[in-house]
Design a protein around this ligand. Structure first.
Ligand SMILES: NC(=O)c1ccc[n+]([C@@H]2O[C@H](COP(=O)([O-])OP(=O)(O)OC[C@H]3O[C@@H](n4cnc5c(N)ncnc54)[C@H](OP(=O)(O)O)[C@@H]3O)[C@@H](O)[C@H]2O)c1
Length: 204
């Protein structure tokens, strides 16, 4: 795969610890440290493919979502983030300005979703939306612990972007959706424990 000058890809599945361990070993061998970890892997459901966003959200309402589907999605979005972060930490500790960026979602914001005027309220389900809220809590737990080591841990929402995740029903292009995650990822002397989106700070 051609991904640009001096770039190399490493395949890993965030739900398979052996692949995460292998990836970390390769980074250790080839580079000795890791400056930036972006936890971007995410899935919105684990049911029938090619459904509309509305069909998925309806099937994944709290009262009727399959518990197996909740587990599968949380395995990637929440436990995968924890596993990858823990495994990469020794490499991040060897960097001079280490950063972790967790790609979250506006849906993760309980304060926003609790507001009756929030347009995205109807999209908050127990499978995906709640997993992103859990991911935010995980972000905060790492940020609080790693602050004393000067490792920055932030959560970022790309906004509502047209990708496979939402059946390409998102309203922003991938170029626009990538901007805020990339801005935070490249910030070597930025703040710790922030939650931002394309329009600025978000409430946790
Ligand atoms: N699109 C939006 O509107 C939106 C809004 C808020 C937040 N987000 C977040 O943005 C992130 C990227 O999503 P996207 O919109 O770009 O959706 P996407 O096009 O479906 O991309 C999801 C990515 O996650 C990877 N992935 C899924 N399961 C994985 C696993 N077990 N191990 C490793 N990689 C895995 C996929 O890899 P493969 O292609 O190899 O399967 C793919 O690269 C997600 O965390 C999502 O929750 C998206």
């Amino acid at each position: 795969m051609d991904i640009g000058f001096n770039a190399r890809s490493i395949e890993l599945d965030v739900t398979k610890q052996s692949t995460i361990t292998t990836a970390a070993a390769r980074i250790a061998k080839e580079h000795g440290h890791l400056d930036l970890l972006v936890n971007n892997a995410g899935i919105s459901h684990a049911g029938k493919p090619r459904r509309t966003l509305e069909e998925v959200v309806e099937a994944n309402r709290a009262s009727k979502a399959s518990i197996d589907e909740v587990r599968t999605v949380w395995e990637t979005n929440v436990f995968g983030t924890i596993s990858v972060t823990q495994t990469m930490l020794p490499l991040l500790r060897k960097a001079t300005a280490a950063r972790i960026v967790n790609v979250s979602s506006g849906l993760a914001s309980l304060s926003w979703i609790a507001d009756p005027d929030t347009w995205a309220r109807k999209h908050f389900d127990i499978v995906y939306g709640a997993s992103k809220t859990a991911m935010n809590a995980v972000t905060m737990a790492f940020a609080l612990e790693l602050e004393k080591e000067n490792i920055k841990v932030n959560a970022v929402s790309p906004g509502f972007t047209a990708t496979a995740l939402n059946n390409f029903q998102g309203t922003d292009s991938v170029e626009v959706g990538s901007r805020e995650p990339i801005r935070v990822a490249l910030e070597t002397d930025g703040p710790n424990m922030t939650f931002t989106g394309p329009e600025g700070p978000l409430q946790w």
